[in-house]
Design a protein. Structure first.
Length: 385
């Protein structure tokens, strides 16, 4: 039988001792404290993506039943919580630590536990790895509900984990804290850019009186209003539905794709920079920046039927993109929406180019976040056992 690992592949300099195995119950205890006197009324939820957060912040409202909270578990600062709800982000359910500066309550469906004789941040990071997944797979199941993992509390607490010395725990915890802070910083920069773009889409496009609240210097004429259907032509997609036959020289677009740069050889479209693609039911806007092929007929090829800058036209359409991805808007509805646009092409170009620059900055921030998350994932795999 293959020997069990006693140390991770990647370690900080100066640490050579084997990691020791213990049970989760050796360094933790299940918390049975309930909200019997209704002292606490702040509902927490344990999110796979965001950790332990207030329900009101996560869902914009409390979704728990406030009339029956005496049986809820009290979750104090630095308490750990296991949520048995499984998802793509948490194959066996997330385990997170309450890092909020207050106590709250959680449904008795959750397992709440405290820890001792271990660095809390180290243990929190360990639960972001997959090292404990094998144990869960062998000792539990999905139960009656496909979205909920079933495991007895006593079995869960018997989970084997491997830990290094406290000094190495502290060093690992600090390193991942700094990495998480860097990821959060880039995420906030991205959100700031997204908020700026949202504000510009509101302020730089004309309102009912035909004038935008903010505009470039030198432009003062009222904008024209028309229904989107009156300024849009739909190009027949049938001739362009194909499979790649040029060894990957063309970008193949499917419904739901996001705008990315492709490769170009010859151009199957004339003036493709003035074309916007529309996913018929989900409003999947795509701004081609190179020649392309279409993978399905669920996409409409849209182009302005009047003289109009292609980028401005794209962002005019994007204003009507649903905020919820689950919401569907058919093109027959979209084309009835009212569009305001300047008759001066130069003003259209300035607005389109400004929004494109912001989109490019958002994309760069996302790429930085993706790279950092890839680095974190690699370190989690190589610095824990």
């Amino acid at each position: 039988m293959k020997d069990e690992k006693k140390a991770p592949k990647l370690r900080f300099k100066g640490f050579t001792d084997d990691w020791e195995q213990c049970k989760l119950s050796d360094i933790s205890e299940k918390s049975y404290e309930k909200n019997t006197d209704n002292k606490y009324s702040t509902f927490f939820t344990n999110s796979a993506e965001h950790g332990i957060v207030k329900q009101r912040d996560f869902f914009d409202k409390d979704i728990a039943n406030s009339s029956n909270i005496s049986g809820y578990y009290v979750v104090r600062k630095n308490y750990f919580v296991y949520n048995p709800r499984i998802s793509n982000q948490a194959k066996f359910g997330p385990i997170n630590r309450n890092k909020l500066d207050e106590s709250g309550i959680m449904s008795p469906l959750y397992l709440v536990f405290t820890v001792h004789d271990i660095d809390e941040s180290f243990l929190e990071t360990l639960f972001q790895t997959t090292t404990w997944h094998r144990f869960m797979y062998q000792n539990g199941d999905t139960g009656a509900r496909a979205d909920r993992f079933a495991i007895k509390d006593s079995t869960f607490m018997s989970m084997p984990i491997k830990v290094p010395s406290l000094e190495e725990q502290h060093k690992l915890a600090l390193a991942f804290q700094k990495l998480d802070q860097t990821i959060t910083l880039h995420e906030e920069k991205k959100h700031q850019l997204e908020r700026l773009k949202s504000a510009l889409l509101q302020k730089m496009f004309a309102n009912k009186n035909g004038y935008p609240a903010v505009r470039f210097e030198g432009f003062d004429k009222a904008w024209k209003q028309s229904k989107l259907g009156e300024i849009t032509k739909v190009i027949a997609s049938k001739p362009y539905i194909s499979t790649p036959s040029t060894h990957g020289n063309y970008l193949v677009i499917q419904q739901g794709d996001k705008p990315i740069a492709g490769f170009s050889n010859s151009n199957p479209f004339k003036n493709y920079n003035n074309i916007t693609l529309f996913g018929d039911h989900t409003l999947s806007l795509f701004k081609p920046r190179s020649p392309f092929l279409i993978a399905s007929d669920g996409i409409k090829i849209l182009s302005p039927s009047i003289e109009m800058n292609g980028l401005f036209y794209f962002y005019e359409l994007e204003k009507y993109k649903p905020k919820s991805e689950g919401y569907k808007r058919h093109f027959t509805i979209l084309k009835k929406c009212k569009a305001n646009f300047p008759t001066d092409i130069d003003e259209q170009k300035l607005i389109g180019n400004l929004l494109l620059r912001i989109d490019n900055l958002i994309t760069k921030q996302q790429l930085k976040m993706d790279k950092l998350n890839e680095t974190k994932e690699s370190l989690l795999q190589n610095m824990f056992i």
